[in-house]
Design a protein around this ligand. Structure first.
Ligand SMILES: Cc1ncc(COP(=O)(O)O)c(C=O)c1O
Length: 404
């Protein structure tokens, strides 16, 4: 098999001998076209019958599949190293489908990481719990706690994230996979912050991987999409759920995401470098109290990160020195308002450096006491590093901290 960087560039493209659409003698574009067709016709109705019956590969209707979407899916599955990929209209649609494929419903228990992305936690508590599932939470970064809960509850599924937001805690995926497997639970890993460049959870024992492709996979802040990559037992369910719920990604978004994937190793490599440099700079700054980056020796999961990730990721969060929450919030707002190169905006994984105040954005819906328990203070800032020159990012942060 070729190396990750090579696969990122070529995988999924519709070339001679590709498992996707066969190019013709007359036309073999080296970049997969955007197939903007709702329906697909065949040379005879017998073939249409075989395609609809799943006896032969092919396309019939846009909600069931599209060649551009397939190209993106094949590319991502090639990067994950195994499994089949299904592209969705958003990361949340992908997570919803993964939970449905794991049969989370009436009478099923799901054990979820306390550190989960807020909308995933709300999806579980509001939508899945309302249809009869029992939703329980655990600190996914305490292996003994996960083991205890899995033994106690025998959950149908365990849901964790590779790297969590905004404190960048790192889950021990191989360890959780071992425990989940022993209990017969399906392990779902949201690998949005890691991408297959940093970790391939299916190779570490997970059953289903979910990505918000809105982030690092596409990388340019210009689309919303999601993907589920799963082992064979979940294929049929995912295919059926996507057909019936109708959450397939659109061809243009799939094309943009496929194009983004080609530079994932280059972008994320640089973003990891930038995160390393910026966290070292922040750690020495007199106005900064605490820096969170899994690559730092004093990060609680530094040892796990070295073991389970190929690099420490492209995000950093830090607390500005302040006396109390009110002063912390004012200092954080002054810092954000003073930024000139870094963009004040949610999301992450873009080529642009993005900065947010988690307490008033991603974690706004939580009560102040829950935020405090999770370590999301008013003085906390999260930065998703882009691919700019690190010195420009540092100069921008320096001048903004002077004003904080
Ligand atoms: C870890 C994680 N998972 C899932 C999502 C949802 O992705 P989307 O916004 O593409 O639906 C996000 C969005 O921020 C996220 O950070």
């Amino acid at each position: 098999m070729t190396r990750f960087e090579t696969r990122a560039v070529h995988a999924g493209e519709q070339r001679w001998g590709s498992p996707n659409v066969r190019p013709s003698e007359d036309l073999c574009p080296i970049s997969t076209p955007i197939h903007l067709s709702t329906t697909f016709s065949h040379e005879n109705v017998e073939r249409t019958d075989r395609v609809l019956g799943g006896e032969e590969p092919g396309y019939s209707y846009g909600r069931y599949g599209n060649p551009t979407v397939t190209a993106f899916e094949l590319a991502l599955a090639a990067l994950e190293g195994r499994g089949r990929a299904f592209a969705f209209a958003s990361g949340m649609a992908a997570m919803h489908a993964a939970l449905m494929a794991a049969e989370i419903g009436e009478g099923a228990t799901v054990l979820a990481a306390e550190q989960l992305y807020g909308s995933t936690a709300t999806l579980l508590v509001q939508i899945f719990a309302a249809s009869g599932a029992e939703v329980r939470f655990v600190d996914a970064c305490v292996p003994s706690a996960v083991e205890e809960k899995v033994e106690e509850l025998s959950p149908r599924a365990v849901v964790i994230e590779t790297i969590s937001n905004p404190l960048l805690r790192v889950a021990d995926v191989p360890q959780v996979a071992k425990v989940a497997r022993a209990a017969g639970s399906t392990l779902i890993v949201d690998a949005t912050f890691g991408t297959p460049y940093l970790q391939r959870p299916l190779e570490l024992g997970a059953d289903i991987v979910v990505h918000s492709a809105t982030k690092y996979l596409s990388g340019h802040g210009d689309l919303t999409a999601g993907v589920v990559v799963a082992d064979a037992p979940y294929d049929a369910a995912l295919d059926q759920i996507r057909k019936l719920v109708g959450g397939i990604t659109a061809p243009f978004e799939a094309w943009l995401a496929l194009r983004g994937l080609k530079t994932l190793p280059l972008r994320l490599g640089r973003q990891c470098e930038n995160a390393r440099e910026i966290s070292a700079y922040l750690a020495d700054h007199p106005k900064v109290r605490k820096v969170n980056h899994p690559g730092m020796k004093d990060h609680p999961d530094n040892e796990v990160a070295r073991r389970v990730l190929s690099d420490a990721g492209g995000l950093v969060s830090f607390e500005i020195e302040a006396d109390g929450p009110e002063e912390g919030r004012e200092a954080a707002f002054r810092f954000l308002n003073a930024l000139k190169v870094c963009v004040r905006a949610p999301s992450l994984g873009d080529i642009y450096t993005l900065a947010i105040h988690p307490a008033s954005s991603s974690h706004r819906e939580l009560s102040p006491s829950r935020r405090a328990r999770l370590g999301v203070g008013e003085n906390l800032i999260r930065i998703s590093l882009g691919i700019e020159h690190p010195d420009d990012i540092i100069e921008d942060i320096k001048q903004a901290l002077d004003k904080a």
